[in-house]
Ligand binder design. Structure first.
Ligand SMILES: [Zn+2]
Length: 222
């Protein structure tokens, strides 16, 4: 049982829970694996549902609400400069805090565009980090990224999934012995990617690819 308190505005409290999902730490403090593992697994499962834009089942919502009742939220001040109420979030167990923030995120996700409704999960298999689209300063051609937490991970995933296509393409071209006198070695990188169907990489657009992470298959204990 992890009890404690978090002081801060609503956004900071949400970020503390997302940090726990990503790193298994609470405000930078490592949570012992034995204590946090189960809560974290369920949190990740719920955030996957929210980040995908799917509604949480009614049965899950009622469990989350029951757990969230072990949290007390009391206003402590007002940040006049930032324009935010400062709260103390006191939790008897950390699951209460996580459950409450999942409900907040589920409600916010219905608008979808702005923090905290813009929660997404990185689709790079080796990452899977949750992030808020509005936190990504750069974007490709003005479009905010929705599928990868950073440009490096978009490229890494695309290169992984397109490596086979590149190999197959080169094999076909060699076999065909095209008499145009031009082979792929004389093509620019972008032209080659376009020819083999990697338009997303060639144009820098952020698109969905196969390789989406499977949600952890765990059952919720009542
Ligand atoms: Zn990532």
């Amino acid at each position: 049982m992890i009890s404690g308190k978090i002081e801060g505005n609503a956004a900071q409290a949400i970020r503390a829970v997302v940090e726990f999902a990503n790193l298994c730490t609470i405000e930078g403090r490592a949570v012992p694996e034995k204590q946090g593992q189960r809560v974290r697994q369920e949190l990740i499962r719920d955030l996957c549902v929210v980040a995908s834009g799917t509604r949480l089942p009614a049965s899950d919502l009622s469990i989350l609400l029951e757990r969230a009742k072990h949290l007390s939220i009391s206003p402590q001040g007002y940040d006049a400069q930032g324009g935010a109420v400062i709260y103390t979030f006191s939790y008897w167990n950390w699951a209460a805090m996580c459950s409450y923030q999942v409900l907040v995120l589920d409600a916010a996700r219905r608008d979808g565009k702005y923090f905290p409704g813009d929660l997404r999960r990185c689709r790079l298999d080796s990452c899977g980090r949750f992030f808020f689209m509005s936190d990504l300063r750069e974007s490709f051609r003005g479009r905010p990224r929705s599928t990868y937490c950073c440009a490096e991970h978009m490229l890494a995933q695309h290169l992984t999934t397109s490596a086979d296509r590149v190999a197959r393409h080169r094999k076909r071209r060699r076999a065909a012995r095209l008499d145009s006198g031009q082979d792929e070695s004389s093509l620019g990188g972008v032209e080659l990617l376009t020819r083999i169907g990697c338009d997303d990489l060639a144009t820098g657009q952020d698109v969905s690819v196969d390789g989406r992470q499977q949600m952890p298959a765990i059952s919720r204990s009542g």
